[in-house]
Design a protein around this ligand. Structure first.
Ligand code: 5GP
Ligand code: MN
Length: 329
């Protein structure tokens, strides 16, 4: 499923483009948008990036020219009407663009999805990518290389490198192949400095994040099999430490660093309801587990958002449901 020539044709023949990504964007989401922005600018197109959520503070450095806008119903009233093509990146389910969902569904222009999740929703005119890719950034790299549509330069390379670095968990998750390392090598040859990038992405957090991490780690519990670890973050913990939602990114992975643990779960209390993050090792399909609670994602990393329910009310149910997915060795 490549469809690159169809995408190329659309990029060449249309003039106005809107790029967007999922709620609480991560570095693959932002990097993919900014790389695609560069491609379209090189082609002389009109392009805007408008997202439901603001860019997390630690990723603002990626948007040097400050081109990413946060969706505002008043300011962006005519946004979709002024656009011929809407491209959503790093998600395949329209509900994940939240406030922009209804406009996308009724959008009469061309709807394109560039993504690496499984089972895309049948709402798009064109779907590019697939779950073999380690990051949406890798799909964009592959598109540029196969079509030669634009020159791969430093401005694109830095975004793609950050996308791939973060979505492979710094080159350690399952889809980290030799091909992915070759791509990374090429991006370094274009001037990306891995030491500097790592520092910007992972070592420039607020002190409040580290304080919150300490408290979150103290909340970890194991189920009786010691194969499921779960942690909790309440609104109060966030408030007390002066932390924000963006600070929580990556915490759930600590669950999997405990010997014998195969599923990690984070229960994160939101203003209304909660968010659950699931992580797993090997062939444990936490995307299916997340879908039991209305969510989805990748085999080893998934999530769900629940409204009008508390952590206490759902915790046992989620841990019990998780047990079905633990496979013997
Ligand atoms: P995280 O736990 O880092 O927020 O999300 C991990 C992965 O789970 C994301 O990359 C995304 O694929 C998926 N995911 C997270 N939250 C949701 C959700 O509410 N709905 C769906 N369908 N997928 C989600
Ligand atoms: Mn991604």
């Amino acid at each position: 499923m490549k469809n690159y020539s169809n995408l190329k044709e659309i990029l060449l023949s249309k003039n106005s483009f809107l790029l967007t990504t999922h709620v609480n964007p991560d570095a693959d989401a932002i990097g993919s948008e900014l790389a695609f922005y560069q491609i379209l600018k090189k082609l002389g197109k009109t392009v805007r990036i408008v997202n439901h959520s603001a860019t997390p503070y630690n990723l603002e450095f990626m948007d040097e020219d400050k081109v990413v806008e946060k969706f505002d119903e008043q300011i962006h009233k005519t946004l979709f009407d002024e656009t011929e093509v809407c491209i959503i990146l790093d998600l395949n389910n329209a509900s994940r663009i939240v406030k922009m969902e209804s406009s996308l569904r009724s959008f009469r222009g061309i709807k394109i999805c560039i993504d690496h999740h499984q089972d895309p929703e049948p709402v798009f005119d064109l779907i590019i990518g697939g779950s073999d890719y380690c990051a949406t950034g890798e799909i964009i790299y592959s598109f540029i290389k196969e079509t030669n549509l634009v020159e791969l330069d430093y401005k694109i390379a830095i975004q793609l490198y950050i996308a791939i670095l973060t979505d492979t968990g710094s080159f350690r998750f399952e889809r980290t192949t030799s091909a992915v390392h070759h791509i990374a090598a090429e991006l370094l040859n274009l001037g990306v400095n891995p030491t500097k990038v790592y520092d910007q992405v992972y070592d420039q957090f607020n002190f409040s994040r580290i304080k919150l991490l300490g408290e979150t780690l103290s909340s970890i519990e194991l189920d009786e099999s010691k194969q499921i670890a779960y942690m909790i973050i309440t609104k109060n913990m966030l408030l007390k430490n002066g932390a924000t939602e963006a600070d929580v990114d990556g915490f759930v992975n600590y669950c999997l660093s405990i010997q014998g643990v195969k599923i990690g779960i984070l229960f994160f209390e939101l203003k209304d309801g909660l968010k659950i993050s699931f992580r797993s090792k090997g062939d444990i399909t936490v995307n299916k587990l997340a879908s039991e609670f209305g969510g989805g994602g990748h085999i080893n990393a998934s999530g769900a958002r629940l409204h009008s329910i508390t952590i206490d009310e759902i915790k046992e149910k989620v841990v019990t449901a998780s047990k079905k997915y633990i496979t013997g060795e």
